[in-house]
Ligand binder design. Structure first.
Ligand code: CA
Length: 220
């Protein structure tokens, strides 16, 4: 899952990015409303955390512009308690949820996950495919009822396949959703993670579709 943080308070933006990256999200940060609008409009993000008071263009205008252009990306707005704006206005412009500053990181994380689940296939946090269960809420994976320990990045790669079971997911799509724009390494990193997942989950679950990508199947 790839997130965009649009927040001009650099320390706050950085600490959010660090925390969310440690949870396995790919996180990009911009500090300006116009740049936020431009990036969010590329359609590569699964969720946008959007501050209201921003240089360039304020969060309300960014949000309305995205919705007017037909973008349905979930938006979590950050409001300041003593500000002249209120959350009702944020929701009016098409935000999905809001958080009032100062907020606890744990609450932010819970809201982010809830928004991502709400958008995913069905409201259930647990994706099931054959003998595999991927719990997006608890970040847990089970095969045949036995927990499989994955790193945050491995989980993120598996999640990209699990939200589209049976479909071919390209290496580029996985890269785009799991690694952030600072990543300039070898795109074959995806293969490394797929190999690790195969080793941990056992054979027959992740198929390689030559020249196209990978597909999660129900396995034997
Ligand atoms: Ca601000």
């Amino acid at each position: 899952m790839r997130l965009l943080i649009v927040e001009d308070e650099k320390r706050l933006a950085l600490s959010l990015a660090r925390g969310l990256t440690a949870e396995g999200f790919a996180v990009d940060v911009v500090h300006d409303g116009l740049e936020g609008l431009h990036r969010a409009g590329t359609g590569t993000y699964d969720l946008v955390v959007l501050d209201i008071m921003l240089p360039g263009m304020n969060g309300y205008r960014v949000c309305s512009a995205l919705r007017a252009a037909g973008h349905e990306v979930p938006i979590l707005m950050l409001t300041a308690k003593d500000g002249e704006y209120d959350e009702a206005e944020g929701l009016d412009t098409g935000a999905d949820d809001y958080l009032t500053k100062p907020f606890s990181y744990v609450v932010l994380l819970a809201r982010v996950r809830a928004l991502l689940r709400r958008r995913g296939p069905g409201a259930s946090p647990v994706l099931r495919l054959g003998r595999l269960a991927v719990d997006r809420g608890a970040r847990r994976v089970e095969r045949d009822g036995t927990a499989v320990q994955l790193t945050a990045k491995e989980f993120a790669v598996l999640e990209q396949l699990a939200v589209r079971p049976g479909e071919v997911v390209s290496k580029a799509e996985i890269l785009e959703h799991v690694w952030d724009f600072a990543y300039e390494g070898d795109p074959n990193i995806v293969e490394v993670y797929i190999s690790a997942l195969r080793r941990k989950l056992g054979p027959g679950l992740i198929e390689t579709v030559r020249g196209a990508g990978y597909r999660l199947v129900s396995g034997g």
